[in-house]
Design a protein around this ligand. Sequence first.
Ligand SMILES: [Zn+2]
Length: 683
Amino acid sequence: MSKSVLPFRQIHLDFHTSEQIVGVGAAFDPEAFADTLVRAHVDSVTCFARCHHGWLYYDSKLTPERRHPHLSTDLLRRQIEVCHDHGIRVPIYITVQWDHYSADQHPEWLARDEEGRPFGTPTFEAGFYRRLCVGSPYRDFLEAHTREVLELLPVDGLFFDIVHPLPCACRHCRQAMDERGMNPARLADRHTYGRLLIDAFKREMTALVRGLSPDCAVFYNAGHIGPRDRASARAYTHWELESLPSGGWGYLHFPIAQRYARTLGLECLGMTGKFHTSWGDFHSFKNQAALEYECFRMLALGAKCSVGDQLPPSGALDEPVYELIGAVYGGVAQKEAWCRGARPLNDIAVLSPEEFAEPDAARLPQPAMGAERMLDEGGHQFDIVDSQADFGAYQLLVLPDTIPVDAALARKLGAYLAGGGALIATFESGLAPGKEGFALPQLGVELAGEGPRDARGELVRGRHFPNGDYTEYLRPGAAVGSGLPPTEHAMYMRGLEVRADADAEVLAVTVASHFDRSYRHFSSHRQSPASGQVRGPAIVRRDRAIYFAHPIFSQYAQNAPRWCKQLFLNAVAMLLPEPLLRHNGPSTLFATVNEQAAERRLVVHLLHYIPERRGADFDVIEEVIPLHNLEVSVRAERPVLRVATAPEGVELPFRAEKGRVRFTLPRLNGHQIVALELEVSTY
Ligand SMILES: [Zn+2]
């Protein structure tokens, strides 16, 4: 089987198994194992060489003392052999930074913080989460172990887990930093070195792997893919996006990470789990509608699918889990002909705030979450990009809330605008890195003041105050306020104080409250009402650029005022009057447009599943709520010959006018692909 194209229906089969459990692998029946996978339509299963407990699940000659003490068979080899007999690929899992056995046996290999303590699980807590340092002699063991796996077993791929940069202050890292003229006592230097070390580790490990296997897949997992992974992208053969919506990632993580990852030129695999909560949640089941949504959304966004499970210690797969997975993977198998080689089509690119965030910032910045939601809810087609991307591939660029613009980025954005591109920037986006003023004169605004500070002297702009202490109001003009009452709308997070240039058009103004809320003056339960006094411009347009003074994306991520979204979508409509896709469905509809050039068709994915916060911990989906008579229009540059549902092949009547194809889907029951067959190009 080809190793260069990822299979669509994968399982990540965790197997972290304590040495205090006996009979490990005792119930492994190779034919039953493969048969269960085949019946569940699985075409790839990632199995374990070495787990977070540090145990091996194959007959090691190099380190027999690390073989699980109660492993009753040469499990990994037998898993691989029987899967290969059935045409199933088996990438091999190797833990990197979490290894309980090594942490206990070799404390000198542990990464250390500035107090000399290991990172991770404290002494009297359960868990194998102490981090090993790949700058220590642990690296020698890890390389020898990887070499043994490659020499001993047939290897389709390697999945190295827990490969994170760490601000390590261990003896080895301190010495290496001294040698490079860095200061190990400075946290910022340790973060910088930690990134250099982990990127070098990945490159060197891939070189080692390539010396023994010219074509096996290689992936390093850190639970996220973002702009910081670009530097080491050549060490990877593909991206796997670990993103269990109920396991701490939430439903917004996957689309944000995938819209970025797919711009880096490697194939992508989404990874969720069959668990109700997260990894290691035995005897629990994700609702089938949720698993459908998660897998079908991966297809819609151009990724293949992986579902995480954990093999019970006995080595026998849980049949009911594979009935659940099979029910969804059967659907994936039918749909994948419309996903193979598909390229996402996009009008818009959102510049990722992650590129500019602090090294220890949250995985998902608020402005990215707000932008993802607003654009999804508006039915827009977009990538998330970094400053290295080809901006010219998009009609509209969005700089959400916190994008600093240095001289190089200012030149690139200036050229993009001069070439006919359009730009929306909000809040502090567009300010020079020192925030002393705007680096983009094309926005048509200049900084008028830093705004108020709180009682402790901290700037209040852009911050969330639960009682709305520094709320001000936005009064929109008719165009940008379409669909909203022509009156004041609360802007809970304080905006930037700006002046509009004489040649810029003010689309909305900021109206001050009577006074900010503090112990000195307050009125009623929250912010004081609008005073009627205009404080300055709130939304400004200059040619093909629109600037919002308020952090509307962070605000939407905080508490989702519909007017923030409406104002933004109205601004998008001004700059992008003919978007790739329009629909008349509810804001809960998720829609994407892909192109399969070889098949000469556009592939529209429509999904309707509504995550609901039923318990305090995370969102769940229990049922599908069908939509009826969904009207969709798609911008098509070439004539369309036929519109039909896929895989069903039911033809839908359509109309073509003004460069758009319009059709009505009578019923959307969860996920539907609609294929638009294009006329063969004459040139
Ligand atoms: Zn270290």
